[in-house]
Design a protein around this ligand. Sequence first.
Ligand SMILES: [Zn+2]
Length: 156
Amino acid sequence: MSAPSTTTAPSTTEYLSTSELSTLSSKAIAAKALAHCPYSHFRVGACLLTTTGEYVVGANVENVSYPVGTCAERVAIGSAVAAGHKSFRAIAVATDITPGASPCGMCRQFMREFCKPSFPIYMYDRDGKYTMKTMGELLPESFGPEDLPPPPRKET
Ligand SMILES: [Zn+2]
């Protein structure tokens, strides 16, 4: 599978219905209010849409020991996995800056565990405007679960 062209973003309907995208974005934007960010004051909300049609939110959770903090995307994915979901259709990430922030490198690899290169990532700015990039665009030539060789066979 090759990464899609980066020149033009696919239309909204290629991945989600208008209604699904509207719900996904409003939940990601609302999740900013859940952020625990007393140090950076940089609120991030995220929302995942599962293949079973459920929405799972996350927010960044900072820590007084700064590197221990966790990003909204990883909180959302961890919450989803803990609720029994490992298959997703899209994620939205919302911040209070313009243009909207894109997921950090650690989150990109974390998402790649569950998301194929064609997976859409919607990034919302402070005004609710978004840009969309695919997993493959944000993490080209990635190392995913399908790249790991099968475990060695046991001698019998
Ligand atoms: Zn991150």
